[in-house]
Write a protein that binds this ligand. Structure first.
Ligand code: SF4
Ligand code: SF4
Length: 62
């Protein structure tokens, strides 16, 4: 299982992680990036970490 952390001071809500995540973990609501209730489905692929232009995402195996 993986822990997903967003640094809100770095996130610019660009939506790149929303678009790339194969498991639709991320959503944008009220101009904020939110992690869905399906976060446990994260496969740890790190695609979101790679695509984020602001290094706002950390994925850690737990
Ligand atoms: S690591 Fe992969 S599955 Fe997990 S949130 Fe990022 S893109 Fe989605
Ligand atoms: S890719 Fe990075 S900056 Fe863009 S919405 Fe996701 S976490 Fe925020």
């Amino acid at each position: 299982m993986y822990s997903i952390t967003i640094d809100e001071t770095k996130c610019k809500v660009c939506g790149e992680c929303v678009n790339i995540c194969p498991n639709e973990i991320y959503k944008i609501e009220d101009n904020h990036l939110v992690i869905g209730s399906n976060a446990s489905e994260c496969s740890g692929c790190q695609s979101c970490v790679s695509v984020c232009p602001n290094e706002a995402i950390t994925i850690t195996e737990i």
